[in-house]
Design a protein around this ligand. Structure first.
Ligand SMILES: [Ca+2]
Length: 378
């Protein structure tokens, strides 16, 4: 099912996007070449970013990171499950204070708890209501043919990668979208792009997104990757900028690999062809990784007027990944360089990486784009 905020015609951009290092959307050869001439951006961009970033964040304390990462997953699932019983228990249970107590007594048979829980639900109710209601765009990927790229209103952008609707994994219904990239060096892309004039530009140039993602395995070496990005022209300029969330550095806890550390990234892709400043700026999450082998609820906000971006995972805000104007550093600029937002004109989701990596597989389901925060499926 695909829903847009209006019935206007949908338009699809055909131009390839460049990316951090992706001087690259263009061709695999560009990164290296451009990177050389620009002193790092492209192929080097990520590599350079890796080096610099590593030094910056690599030093983060592992103990702390470990607990927060683990805590996230645990906390993420318990509020989700606990939300309904809490309300149900309070209303029905007449006295059950602790969520578990209330939930159990009220819901002894289950029905009481859940029926009472919904109406009184407050914020919980809002999150569990139809997330598509009032959204700018909503897609559960059920209406597309298995084995094919979804098609309108989506456009795919692939390079050493594939995008296809699949029924091996899903959160809603029986389908999701599977993104794969090959084992290879350089830029590899498996993206779906939403560039619809019923969605973009967004009023106030600010929007939230929510999607369910399942990454089967993460790079164990330093590999810069992007999960989602929004691109557009910088106001009063001729070059574009990009707000991105993805990751880069492998995280180890107690000698074991736990995943690839999440990262916010700012790029100005036209710089690789000589238009606009070179940037490639980053903010690394403190040891927090995108879990693998499980569905994860990812949310973000791109706030143009404030040059700000925010990120949530399984209902928990990842404050580490909040950007308010500036980040932790840039490959080609000082760390005080402002992440000037574009006028967001499209959204791309999927998997793109910029250095040598093994093959990757990612699934996405239940995407919502909205003017207000969506929340995770309940
Ligand atoms: Ca689905």
């Amino acid at each position: 099912m695909t829903r847009t905020g209006s019935t206007s015609l949908l338009f699809f951009g055909l131009s390839l996007l460049a990316g951090c290092d992706s001087g690259g959307g263009g061709s695999g050869a560009n990164p290296g070449t451009t990177g050389g001439s620009n002193g790092t951006p492209a192929g080097g961009a990520a590599t350079g970013g890796g080096g610099a970033g590593s030094a910056t964040t690599g030093g983060a304390p592992s103990a702390k990171g470990g607990s927060s990462t683990g805590g996230l997953a645990a906390a993420g699932s318990s509020p989700t499950g606990g939300a309904a019983p809490v309300t149900g228990g309070t209303t029905n249970g007449g006295g059950g204070q602790a969520p578990s107590t209330g939930g159990t007594s009220a819901g002894g048979d289950g029905a009481g708890g859940s029926s009472a829980g919904s109406p009184a639900g407050g914020s919980g109710g809002a999150a569990s209501a139809d997330p598509c209601a009032g959204a700018l765009f909503c897609d559960d990927f059920e209406d597309y043919d298995k084995g094919k790229s979804p098609g309108a209103p989506w456009a795919e952008r692939v390079n050493s990668g594939t995008v296809a609707v699949d029924d091996a994994q899903q959160v809603s219904g029986s389908k999701s979208v599977k993104f794969t990239t090959e084992a290879k060096d350089g830029t590899k892309t498996a993206f779906l792009r939403l560039k619809s004039d019923s969605v973009f530009p967004v009023a106030g140039n600010q929007f939230f997104g929510r999607m369910m993602v399942r990454l089967e395995s993460a790079p164990t070496a330093s590999v810069h990757w992007t999960l989602l990005q929004s691109t557009g022209t910088v106001p009063s300029q001729t070059y574009r900028s990009q707000y991105r969330y993805g990751g880069q550095h492998p995280v180890m806890e107690g000698g074991s690999f736990t995943g690839s550390q999440l990262m916010a990234n700012y790029e100005t892709p036209d710089s690789y062809s000589g238009n606009g400043p070179s940037t490639d700026c980053w903010v690394h999450a403190n040891m927090k990784v995108l879990p693998t082998g499980a569905w994860v609820c990812v949310e973000w906000e791109f706030d143009g007027p404030n040059d700000a971006m925010r990120f949530w995972m399984n209902d928990q805000a990842l404050e580490d990944l909040t950007v308010n104007g500036t980040g932790q550093g840039c490959v080609s600029q000082s760390e005080t360089y402002r992440w000037t937002a574009p006028e967001f004109s499209e959204l791309e989701i999927g998997w793109e990486s910029y250095q040598n990596d093994a093959a990757r597989t990612l699934y996405i389901d239940d995407l919502v784009v909205s003017k207000t925060r969506v929340g995770c499926p309940k």
